[in-house]
Design a protein around this ligand. Sequence first.
Ligand SMILES: O=C(O)CCC(=O)C(=O)O
Length: 191
Amino acid sequence: MWPSVYMEKGRDQSVLHKKVVEIAQALLGDDMAFDFDMIIAKEAGSLVETPWHQDESYWPDLPDKRALSFWFPIVDASVDNGCMWFVSGSHKTGLRTHRPVKQGKHVMMTDLEETDDGQPAPVNAGGCTIHTGRTLHYTGENSSALPRQVYIINCRPAAMVEEERRQKFDHGLAGLDSIELKAKLVNKQVK
Ligand SMILES: O=C(O)CCC(=O)C(=O)O
């Protein structure tokens, strides 16, 4: 979680972060702001699937549900190495019932309904996919010989970022072990 904490010049100097927030604002409103970022890797040959889910199932029940996730593969993402799959139109539906993949596990999953038409969305490095907190999505195994890594930036209304933090929900920031890095991040947050 929070790879941007380690950026030498910080997010304020990053064209990528500026453009992501601009696109989020164009799509969902001028109050959209950076919330958190993360890297997800699937090792070469990984048999781990990320089951169908809506990201909202991981988050507190905020009054304003607007949220966008920008998924930037660092290598070309294909069906073979674990690209995104989406159910078209699912962002317009409500939050489904989710359960942990196994008891005590953090990863959430839901079941697709018969009418849900999940389709792969291959995208090359340099591109990205964008989904909302309610878009049903999934990634498969990585049967390729190379790791599949993705950089993800998540945006939501600035007031909801504040509300999350008020509820002590910081997407793992408190888990970062360096006080120095935390201080660096806090200075750059939600600008
Ligand atoms: O990158 C992956 O394998 C899963 C990503 C995902 O579920 C997400 O970004 O919400």
